[in-house]
Structure formats: structure tokens, C-alpha cells
Write a protein that binds this ligand. Structure first.
Ligand SMILES: C[S@@+](CC[C@H](N)C(=O)[O-])C[C@H]1O[C@@H](n2cnc3c(N)ncnc32)[C@H](O)[C@@H]1O
Length: 302
């Protein structure tokens, strides 16, 4: 794995507002003990806490398969190589490599990448040889290579909290696409019910079995929507039934509305923007949960 370095001009000055782990609130903001129910808190780049435990991530999303099959099919059709932003611990990428397609992956989380390396080490040599991983920020990493398919599966773009984040990221995508290449990603539609939830309530979900300790862990979520920044602040509360102490994990997701996403793509050099529904290639309608977006460099850009 290489630690990809951003050229100087792309590096942002240290973003003090987003400093994790202490979840510092913006000046004048108030916060609870976790710093999350604070309209001044924006969310740290990479949502580091949420991705600190790859085993937990894998067990939580082990049944999410439909998107994997979809991205593998698109990767095959492109013939590769594929660039995946927010590659994580390879939930999608490993299947693309197993399908015979070369892939480069970028992720900010050392824990997720280390887990991916570990999973790769158990694969046959030819699969391992198809994957190259880079630790770095998808808003700044430059790989000096162009790809016919660039992907960002499973809400990776919801970690881009404001317009500058998105523009920096889209500029990277532009630099990595071949002239006729496609950029393919998905994002969950904002759900009015989630945005309207009472921040004082805890919403319980079925208990989990911790992948390492085997303990049963009670699980609840609390939500607060910041309508000005369009940020959904989620606090995942985990309470092991045995002796381990309770803990909580903050997660911030930017809520992108479809027309807004279209405008961002359009004004940042992308055209032929096509929305489909839930990894089906069907047109998106009112019942859609995840919108899949396919686009390419607009004629003026390419
Ligand atoms: C929901 S996970 C998706 C992982 C993988 N693509 C999948 O489908 O399972 C989002 C990933 O994006 C990464 N990420 C978030 N912000 C990032 C950033 N600014 N630069 C690079 N990676 C980032 C996280 O570390 C995490 O691994």
C-alpha cells in the first residue's frame, strides 16, 4: 500500500473545525458529552470513528450484496482498470478483483485498508496482483493514471460535507477518468422521516453479536438533522450486555437532494448524467432508496 501524497496546491490548510477525535464544536456551539448534538459540529473528514472497527463494519453489512453484484458487472463491462474511492476493506473491490479486473483503491482509514490487506493476503496471487491500495483523501489524492471506470460505492460521497469538499473531489475524479470513461456512484436519498426524528429519542435496532468478543450488544441510534448544513448527525449507541463498557460512535452524513447532486456534477464538468434506482438499471421513481448515478466528462471538459 502506498501513502498517496497530495500535491501542495491541493492540500487544504489544517481544517481545525473538523478536528477529530475531540469533536470540537464550532465557536459558540454547545455540545453534549460526545460533541455530536451540536449544530456547530460538522463531522470529521473520513468519519474516522465509524470506520475504526472493520470487523464491526463487515458484520453489519454482510447481507448487503446487491450493490456488489452491480458494481462487479459494471467493472467487467469496462474491462478495467477501475479506480474506487472510499474502497474501505474491500467489500466491493475484492469481488471486482476476483472477477479478473485490475483495481486501484483510495481510502482515508488506515484500519479499513489494513483489514483489506489482510483479506487480500488470503487470496490467490493473481487476485492480489490486481489490487493496489493508497491511503489518502479522496479530495486530494492524485495517481497519475486514467481509468475507464471510477466508482464510489455505498454513500462514500455523503462524507463530503460541503461544496468545497465536493468540488475538490470532483476535480480528482476528472483527473482520473479517460475521455470516454464513466464515473459511477450511489447515494441514499434523504428520507423525510429520518430528518424529522426527535433528537431526544433513542431508536433501538435489533441487538448485534460483536464479531470479536461474541458478546450481545444492544444497539440504538439517535438522529439530529441540521437543516442549514443539510447534515444528518447520527450517534450509534452500543451497550454490551456483559461487562464491557457502553460506547457510542458518531457518524455524519451530508444529505444530498437529487437536483442538487445533478447541479454539482453539471457545474463541475460532468455530463450525460443518468440516475437509476437501487442497482437495477431501472429509472428512479418515488420509491427509490439509493440513487445510482452514472456520468462522464462533459464535452467541454473531456
Ligand atoms: C460506507 S464506506 C464504503 C466502503 C466500500 N466502498 C464499501 O462499499 O463497503 C465509506 C468509505 O469511505 C472512506 N472515506 C470517507 N471519507 C473519505 C475521504 N475523504 N477520503 C478517502 N476515503 C474516505 C471511509 O474510510 C470508508 O472506508
Amino acid at each position: 500500500m502506498t501513502a498517496a501524497k497530495a500535491p501542495k496546491r491541493d492540500r487544504k490548510p489544517a481544517a481545525k473545525k473538523r478536528r477529530d477525535p475531540d469533536l470540537a464544536p464550532a465557536a459558540g456551539g454547545t455540545r453534549d458529552e460526545y460533541g455530536i448534538f451540536d449544530f456547530g459540529y460538522v463531522g470529521d473528514a473520513g468519519a474516522t470513528a465509524h470506520y475504526a472497527d472493520p470487523n464491526y463494519y463487515s458484520s453489519t453489512y454482510q447481507n448487503r450484496r446487491h450493490d456488489v453484484a452491480y458494481y462487479v458487472q459494471k467493472a467487467r463491462a469496462s474491462r478495467g482498470p477501475v479506480l474506487e474511492y472510499g474502497v474501505g476493506n474491500g467489500r466491493v473491490a475484492l469481488h471486482i478483483a476476483r472477477a479478473g479486473i485490475e483495481l486501484e483503491g483510495v481510502d482515508l482509514s488506515p484500519a479499513m485498508l489494513a483489514d483489506f490487506e489482510e483479506r487480500l493476503s488470503q487470496e490467490p496471487a493473481q487476485v492480489r496482483a490486481r489490487v493496489r491500495l493508497h491511503q489518502g483523501d479522496m479530495r486530494s489524492v492524485r495517481l497519475d493514471r486514467r481509468f475507464p471506470l471510477v466508482i464510489a460505492p455505498f454513500n462514500a460521497l455523503l462524507h463530503l460535507y460541503d461544496r468545497r469538499d465536493m468540488e475538490a473531489f470532483l476535480s480528482c475524479v476528472r483527473e482520473h477518468l479517460t475521455p470516454d470513461g464513466r464515473f459511477l456512484f450511489d447515494f441514499s436519498l434523504p428520507q423525510p422521516a429520518d430528518l424529522a426524528r426527535d433528537p431526544a429519542r433513542r431508536y433501538p435496532a435489533p441487538p448485534l453479536k460483536h464479531p470479536e468478543t461474541g458478546e450481545t450488544v444492544r444497539y440504538a441510534e439517535a438522529f439530529e438533522y441540521d437543516p442549514l448544513r443539510q447534515l444528518l448527525l447520527v450517534r450509534i449507541e452500543l451497550e454490551p450486555e456483559a461487562e464491557s463498557p457502553a460506547y457510542s460512535v458518531p457518524l455524519t452524513h451530508r444529505q444530498y437532494f437529487p437536483r442538487e447532486m445533478e447541479a454539482l456534477l453539471h457545474y463541475n464538468g460532468f455530463g450525460e448524467i443518468l440516475y437509476t434506482a437501487d442497482f437495477t438499471d431501472q429509472a428512479a421513481d418515488k420509491s427509490v432508496d439509493s440513487i445510482v448515478v452514472s456520468c462522464r466528462l462533459s464535452a467541454a471538459t473531456g
